[in-house]
Each structure stands twice: as C-alpha cells, then as structure tokens.
Design a protein around this ligand. Structure first.
Ligand code: SF4
Ligand code: MG
Length: 337
C-alpha cells in the first residue's frame, strides 16, 4: 500500500528583515495508513511549521516552501504545487487539523452544530438536516453526552475539554485520510489531557485515520504514537518505532529529551534534568551537527560536517556521528533505553 504521506527534503524558511530564518531544513518521512506519527522536540525545532506546511497553512511571519521540497499526499497530490483553490478542498475534506487552543479556532457566534455541519455542507453533497444529523453522530463519536442538545450550544457554554472534543469532531467531519494535531492537549489540564489522548487513540482505531501529532510531551507520545520523529533545529535527528525511540534511542538529543521526563519505574519527585544550553540561531545555522554546542559527546567531525542519517535498523535511523562504524562506542546515560 502507498503511504498516505511522503515528505521529501522539506525546507521552509521565513523572510525576516534581518535575513532568512531556516525553520525547516530538509525533513523527510513517510506516514502509512492507520499510523500515528508523533513529531517531538523543543519549541522552535520546526515541528509546528512542518505540520502547518503539510496543510499549506502559512505561519506568520510569512513562510515559504523552498525549491526541491516535496509533500506527496495519498500517492497523487503534490501539496507544494496545488493551487490555493484545490488546497481548500483538501483541507477539511482530506486532511483535518486540530489546533492547540480550541477557543481561538471556534467561532463564538455560531452553535457547535452549525460549525461541525459547515465543513460537511462545503465538501459533501448533503442537505442541512443530514449534515446536522452527522454533526450529532460526530459529537457521540468524540464522547459527548446529550449530543442532540449540544449541537444547539455555543462554544462559551462548554468547558475547555469539551471544546477540544468539538474541534476534533470538526476535523473528522468529512472522514479525512489524515488528521494533524498540533499540541492538542497543551492548553488543557492534566486529567482532560489524558481523556483527549484516549479519545484520539480510540478514534484512530475506529476510523483507521492516519494521525500526525505534534507535541513536546513524551507522555502523550508513549500513549498514542506508533512511530516517532525527533526534530532539532529544523531537522530530523532520529526517527523510528515508538519502542526503539524509548528503549533503544541512538541520538544524544533524544537521550536528553528522555532524561527530562519522569520515569514510571523511578522516583517521580526527583528533579528532572533538562538539556543545558539552547538551540542554535536559525538565521545562520551552524556548519556540522546543530546539536554540537550542547552535546556532551561532540567530536571534531561534529563541528565540521553535518551527520548523515545512519540506520540503526530497518526503520530506525539516527543522524549522529556516533553511529559511524569508526566512532568511539558510547552507551546512553544510565536510566535511558
Ligand atoms: Fe553529538 Fe556529534 Fe552526535 Fe551531534 S553528531 S549529536 S555533536 S555526537
Ligand atoms: Mg508549536
């Protein structure tokens, strides 16, 4: 079967007064049908810009996709080349998106039933009554009780968690092949976060939709992802199946990320270690490995040459010179892997 999404050498930059910010610097990955891919990394690593670019949404300040980038959707649509008109059909109908803050994405003056129906009416040949019936079913699917009454309510009458459920219903309204969720739980409190993650997982199982979830929360990743893409300074530094990333991570940046999460099998009250230092300036990205300035294992070559993507196994790779056959053998820090 063809992947739902094939991203090749995606490069996205922002034109700023002071120059060009290279936010995404050659990202490649595939997403298969029914697969949940998590894109993780610190803020500013390019994960949100990547997600928005997949839908051809243009973050502010205006970004542009660089020549040579490719986003092939469903084996046939080259997203980077579609007209805006065609893109409007793809958005909502084929790719649904869930954002971080449901309050700013919902229309305060429209009932939630009307907002869910909107996409259905726009993309499918059905009448108002049928669309409203579908809206009610979608509210049931996203776990809301009394959907017949809920469709008549306005966003302000709902809690944050329920509004996020409505956003998910809107994103699912036209049975998209791909759902992109950018930090879908960040604005919610911890219990509600867990419910939303459970919901996304249930929906994925019921509908077999492929999902890309953008998050900095490795707890969320562990709950839902099949595969993980770790980004740093606009590049993918490691990618692989969930278990490989958690139990056999092969990139020092991934080690750092994993150290900064509490482990279930250890004393959670322990201070979490965050990675010292900060990501490089993407106006002038460093030559060589972008993580070198923060990496305790950095070697001479790391500052001179960008690391290649080395295969750890069939579908697990790490862009780190430590993976080179001639490199010194370094094991992950104690407690990792
Ligand atoms: Fe560290 Fe070098 Fe690997 Fe970069 S390539 S993560 S600097 S060891
Ligand atoms: Mg973000």
């Amino acid at each position: 079967a063809k992947p739902v999404l094939e991203v090749k050498d995606l490069r996205v930059s922002f034109k700023m007064y002071a120059g060009e910010v290279q936010a995404v610097r050659g990202v490649s990955f595939n997403l298969n049908k029914g697969e949940v891919l998590a894109i993780v990394g610190e803020s500013g690593c390019g994960k949100s810009v990547t997600a928005q670019t997949l839908m051809r949404l243009v973050p502010t300040p205006p970004s542009y996709i660089k020549e040579g980038s490719s986003i092939l959707f469903d084996g046939k649509l080259e997203i980077t080349e579609l007209t805006e008109k065609k893109m409007e059909q793809v958005r909502g109908a084929e790719i649904g998106m869930i954002f971080q803050d449901p309050m700013t994405s919902l229309n305060p003056t429209m009932t939630i039933g009307a907002q869910i129906s909107e996409g259905i009416l726009k993309h499918q040949k059905v009448g108002k009554t049928e669309a409203m019936k579908r809206a009610t079913e979608l509210l049931t699917l996203v776990g809301m009780s009394n959907p017949e009454e809920r469709v008549h309510q306005y966003p302000h009458e709902l809690s944050g968690g329920m509004r996020q459920r409505v956003m998910i219903a809107i994103a699912l309204a036209c049975n998209p092949k791909l759902l992109i969720a950018d930090e879908p739980t960040t604005a919610l409190d911890v219990t509600i976060q867990a419910q939303i993650v459970d919901l996304l997982r249930d929906i994925q199982k019921k509908t077999d939709t492929s999902i890309i979830i953008i998050t900095h929360d490795l707890g969320v990743v562990a709950e839902i992802a099949h595969r993980v893409l770790v980004m740093y300074a606009g590049k993918v530094v490691e990618q692989g199946p969930l278990n490989d990333i958690f139990y056999n991570p092969r990139h020092p940046y991934t080690w750092g990320l994993l150290r900064s999460v509490p482990r279930l099998d250890s004393d959670n009250s322990k201070e979490l270690e965050s990675i010292p230092g900060s990501p490089p300036d993407l106006y002038a990205p460093p030559v060589g490995c972008a993580f070198a300035a923060r990496c305790p294992y950095a070697m001479e070559i790391c500052k001179e040459k960008d690391p290649a993507h080395f295969d750890v196994s069939d579908n697990h790779s790490s862009a780190c010179w430590l993976m080179h056959p001639d490199a010194p053998k370094v094991e992950p820090p104690v407690g990792i892997g």
